[in-house]
Write a protein that binds this ligand. Structure first.
Ligand SMILES: Cc1cc2nc3c(=O)[nH]c(=O)nc-3n(C[C@H](O)[C@H](O)[C@H](O)COP(=O)(O)O)c2cc1C
Length: 229
């Protein structure tokens, strides 16, 4: 079947708009074949000189529990990994958006932002992939430079859209990255690989309030300068 340009546009725009981070999943398995199909079609993502720098560890069942157990043991010991995701200080514009996200997130969960213990319990849910039936861990060769991480980012978005087109949802998760030293021996990551992020994959729990909040975007005029049109 060949789709018209209009159908293709509607289809892809619909996928882009319907993707959102999902943090509560139905108790419904995703088959090994479906996971492989998603990871395979997503590998049509472009990469610099077709280097394809992504590595993926696809986990289910016991494999998820093993990663979760190893990370939460460290997390619960109070041994916090060094701040990892953002520079300190975070430039004001990003800080404001981060704060806006946190306000929406914790409000949806009914968590008071001053309640550090409740926030920590929610952070901890990252490590069990928010109860998703499938967890993905993405790694890359540590010697590669930022542009190869960009390639991996393109792969990640492709995975999320391929999941969406099959009625599945995802949550990309940088929370795994600071725990590379814990994850590497559990999954057998080769020397020289570094954990970039994780991703939850499964069927969205429609009833969960945490899946219902909005994340706004900047107006296009704020980040685009049109020239020569
Ligand atoms: C690289 C990356 C890492 C992220 N890490 C986490 C994470 O560790 N935990 C989490 O709950 N959400 C995480 N998110 C989800 C973001 O909070 C989310 O994408 C953002 O707020 C926009 O919302 P949306 O994905 O629903 O459109 C991450 C997203 C990206 C792209």
């Amino acid at each position: 079947m060949t789709l018209s340009i209009d159908d293709t546009t509607a289809c892809l725009d619909g996928l882009l708009r319907s993707r959102g981070s999902v943090r509560a999943f139905r108790d419904e398995a995703v088959s090994r074949e479906t996971v492989l199909e998603i990871l395979r079609v997503a590998s049509r993502a472009p990469s610099n000189s077709n280097t394809q720098p992504w590595q993926v560890y696809a986990l289910a069942g016991k494999a998820i529990r093993e990663v979760e157990g190893a990370i939460t043991a460290v997390f619960d010991s109070g041994e916090l990994p060094p701040p990892h995701h953002f520079p300190t200080p975070l430039p004001e514009a990003y800080g404001a958006r981060q704060a806006d996200f946190a306000a929406r997130y914790y409000q949806a969960l009914g968590i008071d932002r001053m309640d550090a213990a409740a926030r920590a319990r929610q952070t901890r849910r990252n490590f069990g992939f928010f109860g998703a039936p499938v967890g993905l861990i993405f790694s890359i060769d540590a010697c590669l430079k930022p542009h190869s991480w960009l390639d991996l980012g393109l792969y990640l978005q492709s995975v999320m859209l391929a999941a969406r087109s099959r009625g599945l949802d995802t949550c990309p998760q940088v929370s795994f990255a600071p725990y590379h030293a814990v994850i590497a021996p559990v999954l057998g990551l080769p020397e020289g690989q570094v954990t970039v992020c994780g991703m939850s994959l499964g069927y969205r729990d429609e009833r969960a309030a945490v899946n219902g909040f909005e994340t706004p975007r900047r107006e296009v005029g704020e980040f685009v300068r049109m020239m020569g049109f």
